[in-house]
Write a protein that binds this ligand. Structure first.
Ligand code: PNW
Length: 456
């Protein structure tokens, strides 16, 4: 057998970490249990017309009570890592002030259960369920105070969990919760802010990331490691020649100017500031230093390319090629399928920003999964997705990209935000009436890949 891999297939290096991911509001349920405070997603999902079918996360997958059963599912996949998120309002019901021990105890139990089963916990501190009190008091991310409160909460979590949790992520997908929540109004808190205010909210989010990095360093054990989990907007070179690859790097840097680029470079790009003009965010040099606090690793969530690009003789140095109307998607219409995005996402992180350690913190495929009378789910689309995307990831690693692990989104079908329960990403099918979990064909596929450490 090849080093660390199977006799057949495309092998990964020994020690490559296989995992799956979830997020608190999408799976936990138990929203009124043990002192949890309300979050903006409780408010949003209970506002009629905001979520498909008016679904809410009130019960979700009841992970709060079934985490032991789900730990066994993770184990059955041969996964050695699990990425989950902590509900801020379980720990600080109003976002700050006195901590809620019962909320902390849940994450203590979860972490202990994972470790007892040989699964490394990777904890995300913010996956969009902002305490409602911070929305009411400070207008959420529009207020600089929210960034400060996040830093304090992050430090507290590092102090309490870093004896057992060695990898923390600050914020999950800044682009998504800022753009969709404060710009387009389709995610909580459902705002459509004008550009200047949107830019300021985004600035507070990147600032919160930096403050959290510093707080985790200050309060965590010396071996605590911290990174970001951002859905980097990837430009894919439409032909893999040096000129188009260069163009894709230029484009990727600009696509992420308000997020990953400012975090990793410590400044907003000239083009970003020029385009924003009078609407540019207000910030200090000290802010930029905090925002760009050094990281131990980067997590990237990747599903689809932002664009295919080609080199161009214009001021930008690149040109987007519009997607064909017939470009295939998963059942999520935004998820334009392109396996090579995983290759280029990893390579850009390495080539543009010299990142030394990377994890794919999310990647997954939504489908129309149905349970057959024999209790099977024949998700051939997801199996094809995994083979295609993982082949490209294996190519990236073979070419030297420092990718140390892969987390499939998601372990189980769950509350898919504004799409409710109708869109399914899981390796396990959720029967929402009984809350029984059933392995899909893709679970068997994943389990074999993880076991052989190779794409098969
Ligand atoms: C990510 N878009 O969300 C999130 O991190 C997960 O919580 C989510 O379940 C997963 O991807 C699948 O959607 C996104 O509209 C939601 O471009 C929407 C978009 C992107 C990412």
């Amino acid at each position: 057998a090849a080093a660390g891999g199977g006799a057949h297939g495309l092998s990964f290096p020994a020690g490559f970490l296989w995992g799956t991911a979830t997020a608190s509001y999408q799976v936990e349920g138990a929203v009124n249990v043990d002192g949890r405070g309300p979050s903006i997603w409780d408010t949003f999902s209970h506002t009629p017309g905001k979520i498909a079918n008016n679904d809410t996360g009130d019960v979700a997958c009841d992970f709060y009570h079934r985490y032991k059963e789900d730990t066994q599912l993770i184990k059955s996949l041969n996964a050695k890592a699990f990425r989950f998120s902590i509900a801020w309002s379980r720990i600080f019901p109003t976002g700050k002030g006195a901590p809620n021990q019962k909320g902390l105890d849940f994450y203590n139990r979860l972490v202990d259960e994972l470790l007892a089963n040989g699964i490394q916990p990777f904890a995300t501190l913010y996956h969009w369920d902002l305490p409602q009190a911070l929305q009411d008091q400070y207008k959420g991310w529009q207020g600089r105070e929210t960034a400060q409160a996040f830093g304090d909460y992050a430090g507290y979590m590092a102090e309490k969990l870093s004896d057992r949790v060695k990898h923390f992520f600050t914020l999950n997908e800044l682009w998504t919760f800022i753009q969709l929540g404060y710009g387009d109004g389709v995610f909580a808190p459902g705002l459509k802010l004008p550009p200047a205010e949107l830019n300021q909210a985004r600035h507070h989010a990147v600032l919160a990331h930096g403050l959290a990095v510093q707080a985790i360093r200050a309060h965590g054990r010396p071996d605590t490691r911290v990174g970001l989990a951002e859905n980097i907007k990837v430009a894919v070179p439409y032909i893999e020649t040096p000129e188009h690859i260069k163009a894709a790097e230029i484009a990727t840097r600009e696509f992420n100017a308000g997020y990953t680029t400012v975090i990793l470079e410590g400044k907003y790009t000239d083009t970003f500031l020029k385009n924003a003009g009078a609407n540019a965010p207000k910030f200090t040099a000290e802010d930029l230093k905090i925002i760009s606090s050094p990281l131990d690793f980067c997590g990237i969530n990747i599903y689809n390319p932002e664009a295919y690009v080609r080199a161009a003789d214009n001021a930008e140095g690149y040109e987007k090629i519009p997607f064909a109307k017939s470009h295939p998607t998963s059942t999520s219409k935004w998820e334009l399928l392109a396996p090579e995005v995983l290759y280029w996402g990893a390579r850009h992180m390495q080539n543009i920003w010299k990142v030394k350690e990377l994890y794919i913190t999310e990647n997954g495929c939504s489908g129309t999964d149905e349970l057959t009378p024999e209790n099977r789910v024949n998700d051939t689309d997801r199996v094809a997705f995994l083979r295609g995307y993982l082949s490209q990831l294996q190519r990236a690693v073979t070419d030297g990209a420092p990718v140390k692990g892969y987390f499939y989104w998601s372990l189980v079908d769950n509350f898919e935000w504004a799409s409710g329960y109708g869109i399914r990403f899981g390796l396990f099918y959720m029967d929402y009436k009984t809350l029984k979990r059933y392995p899909k064909a893709s679970a068997e596929y994943f389990r074999t890949m993880a076991q052989q450490n190779a794409v098969l």
